[in-house]
Design a protein around this ligand. Structure first.
Ligand SMILES: [Zn+2]
Ligand SMILES: [Zn+2]
Length: 269
């Protein structure tokens, strides 16, 4: 598989994921008063377009290129220890989810990273378009970590592609304005992050805010002591405490937020 096919499959999967989550949040909304998408799409969608352009210019399909390079030269842990393809693929998916859990935690613990990540948390709404709301700086800063993981593991292309598709789907799903039945929620959250769980992570309440850093699997938060169960029946107010009272930030404020004087430091438990 070359870079063009990698990008094409990823783009098709993201469009399909968006459609699925959009239908889900329309059929079973958590906040019934919310429209099909909240008004924050006016900032979130343009931010996402900007990020897509910048990341395409800087990286393109560089994860794909890195995987092809390392596997063809036998670099990294999986080729070195002769891991069977299914072990290398599953290991890549698990390792990348864990690395991005750690990256998310670091974004909340380190003041200079929090400056960028707080743009994601500054959304007073919480719906599918919140999954598109990231400062370009945060995405650029995460790139070396992702590439280093691919080189270190000698990650196979199949593992990276499956991970990117699953991660993209879950990123949209966990931000969905979705209400789930309690029984389904309690069963599924034993393994996966669900919208009610990630909604707590976006809460204005500091005790809920510094929890639940996962995107796909809930096991990392459970193992490392940052897990708090969430239920669709709970009423959660989302946003940043120091921005309460300010209406939805315009696009230029979303971009300038990391460089402003901060009212609060990074979130903590
Ligand atoms: Zn966060
Ligand atoms: Zn989020």
């Amino acid at each position: 598989m070359d870079e063009a096919h990698f990008q094409l499959i990823k783009a098709a999967a993201l469009i399909l994921s968006f459609a699925l989550v959009f239908v889900a949040q329309t059929l079973t909304p958590y906040r019934r008063a919310a429209r099909l998408v909240t008004r924050s799409w006016r900032q979130n969608v343009p931010l996402s377009v900007l990020n897509t352009i910048v990341m395409s210019l800087v990286c393109g399909a560089c994860m794909c290129t890195a995987a092809r390079y390392s596997v063809s030269r036998g670099l990294g842990l999986f080729p070195r220890f002769g891991a069977p393809p299914w072990v290398a693929t599953a290991g890549t998916i698990l390792a990348l989810d864990l690395v991005l859990w750690g990256w998310h935690l670091a974004n909340h613990r380190l003041a200079w990273l929090w400056r960028f990540h707080r743009v994601h948390h500054s959304d007073v709404d919480f719906d599918i378009t919140t999954s598109l709301r990231f400062h370009t700086g945060e995405l650029l800063l995460s790139l070396p970590l992702r590439l280093a993981t691919v080189f270190l593991l000698g990650a196979p292309l199949a593992g990276i592609l499956v991970f990117e598709i699953v991660f993209g789907l879950f990123n949209m799903f966990v931000h969905g304005n979705i209400r789930m039945p309690s029984l389904v929620e309690s069963r599924l959250s034993a393994v996966f992050i669900l919208p009610a769980v990630h909604r707590l992570h976006h809460s204005v309440r500091p005790d809920q805010h510094g929890r639940n850093f996962g995107t796909v699997l809930s096991v990392w938060d459970r193992w490392f002591g940052t897990w708090t169960p969430g239920r669709s029946t709970e009423l959660v107010t989302t946003g940043l405490p120091d921005l309460i009272g300010q209406d939805r930030l315009p696009l230029w404020r979303c971009l300038s937020l990391p460089f402003e004087r901060q009212a609060t430091g990074p979130a903590s438990e």
